[in-house]
Write a protein that binds this ligand. Structure first.
Ligand code: 76R
Length: 248
């Protein structure tokens, strides 16, 4: 049996994708819409409270195309905290005007392929900042789930640690060449959701997602072993732009 990579885990993650029921939204009266917007704002304000208390981080982005209209991305200490957020949203008046499109449950993960040894990683502030990250405010987000292949000839999980480490090094080098342009959060979801990882990328230039993902496709670990789910891309919403989007 090959050695499993050691992983470090941080905050649990929920990507909660919703679509707007425009017919219902347009049919609502002004008062009902005002209540819905107020409750939405109050719900989003609680995210700031959690972030300031160091208990998590949340953000919301539009989703372009028909897969969804927006995605709320939450990081919290526990699965219960994530379920609570999901329920709190469902209880808002605004939720009546939305439908559920997709969701993804995972946990922020760092692997030991390239890590340095020494000390308790959970006491290392640099590592903790990556395991419990405050979500960036970049203009664009890109999310997709992925697997590493387990075919007869190409089985990632039967490679030796050395082979995997070599490929992850090459992967990390490409990634690092996008430093300052793309931020990534890798969340592990083996045993939690339908794919093995969630990849969440942030950038101020959406074209960088295409360039980075394309470049990685030629790198062995993606070319040979990567399997990908649906891609979701969109732009940052705040209270103001969310309201603007909903204005009739
Ligand atoms: O530098 C380091 O310490 C981390 C190196 C690194 C690891 C271990 C790294 C760097 N990644 C790692 C692990 Mn990644 N990553 C992806 C995708 O589209 C594709 O082809 C793949 C989707 C992208 C775009 C991306 C970007 N990475 C992983 C893992 C877990 C593997 C495992 O455990 O088997 C996955 C699934 C994965 C997928 N990667 C980087 C990036 C970028 C931009 C970097 C540089 C980040 C940085 O330096 O901060």
């Amino acid at each position: 049996m090959s050695d499993a990579a050691m992983t470090l885990e941080g905050w649990y993650a929920l990507h909660d994708f919703r679509s707007i029921d425009w017919t219902a939204w347009k049919a609502a009266d002004d008062e009902e819409r005002a209540v819905a917007l107020d409750e939405l704002q109050a719900f989003m304000k609680e995210w700031t409270t959690a972030e300031e208390a160091g208990q998590g981080s949340s953000t919301v982005y539009t989703v372009v195309g028909q897969k969804a209209d927006f995605v709320m991305f939450h990081l919290r200490e526990t699965l219960e905290d994530l379920k609570h957020l999901e329920n709190e949203f469902n209880k808002t008046t605004f939720a009546k005007y939305t439908t559920k499109s997709y969701s993804y449950v995972s946990v922020v993960e760092l692997s030991n392929y390239l890590g340095k040894d020494g000390g308790d990683p959970y006491q290392n502030p640099e590592i903790m900042a990556r395991l419990k990250p405050i979500l960036p405010k970049n203009r664009y987000i890109c999310f997709y789930p992925m697997n590493k292949k387990r075919d007869l000839n190409d089985n990632w999980y039967m490679l030796s640690m050395e082979e995997r480490r070599g490929m992850m090094r090459s992967h990390g080098m490409i990634g690092r060449s996008y430093a300052g342009k793309v931020k990534q959060i890798i969340t592990g979801s083996v045993g939690l959701d339908d794919w093995e990882w969630g990849v969440t990328l942030f950038s101020d230039d959406a074209l960088q997602f295409k360039k980075l993902v394309y470049e990685m496709r030629f790198d062995e670990v993606s070319a040979r072993y990567g399997e990908f789910g649906s891609f979701y891309v969109g732009s940052l919403l705040d209270e103001g732009s969310f309201e603007e989007m909903l204005k009739l």
